[in-house]
Design a protein around this ligand. Structure first.
Ligand SMILES: Cc1cc2nc3c(=O)[nH]c(=O)nc-3n(C[C@H](O)[C@H](O)[C@H](O)COP(=O)(O)O)c2cc1C
Length: 143
């Protein structure tokens, strides 16, 4: 079964709600999914994955530093041609997922754009968008 790793950073839980809904959408579309908070994640978590989704909230005009550090630590992992995407909750500017999208592209990943950004706490329509992203990741993995 193809695998998706979802790694995310959140301050107040909104990006975690997104991660959960992406997981649901991907599982319903037949992917095996591992979801972890960035504090518990290591580069090994994405080594065996066919796709990775990186989530992060935006604070003070930038994404969460812990998530940038984690994505930087993936330099030595062969990610070329794997499916990648970034997502996150934000309040007004939402820079975090945009910068991560560039980083994943620099790794040669097959990146789903634009990144999925949802304002504050996801409502029903936002959760549906996240589920759809999970499904889209599954479709991309299958080619
Ligand atoms: C101190 C502080 C700074 C923030 N700075 C930004 C910002 O620069 N740009 C933005 O889009 N949102 C900003 N926000 C809003 C958060 O991104 C928003 O509340 C988001 O839902 C938090 O996601 P989380 O629950 O996953 O941590 C800020 C929130 C706080 C509390």
């Amino acid at each position: 079964m193809a695998k998706l790793a979802i790694i995310y950073g959140t301050g107040f839980g909104n990006t975690g709600i997104m991660a959960k809904a992406i997981e649901e959408g991907a599982k319903n579309a037949g992917l095996e999914v591992m979801t972890k908070r960035v504090e518990e994640a290591t580069p090994t978590d994405v080594e065996r994955a066919d796709a990775i989704a990186i989530g992060l909230a935006t604070y003070k005009g930038a994404g969460m530093p812990s998530v940038f550090k984690y994505v930087e630590s993936l330099k030595s992992v062969p990610l070329k041609n794997k499916v990648g995407t970034a997502f996150g909750s934000y309040g007004w500017s939402g820079e975090g997922p945009i910068v991560i999208t560039h980083m994943l592209k620099d790794y040669g990943m097959n990146v789903i754009e634009p990144s999925l950004r949802i304002k504050r706490t996801p409502e029903a329509d936002g959760i549906e968008e996240c589920r759809k992203l999970g499904k889209k990741i599954a479709e991309m993995v299958r080619g």
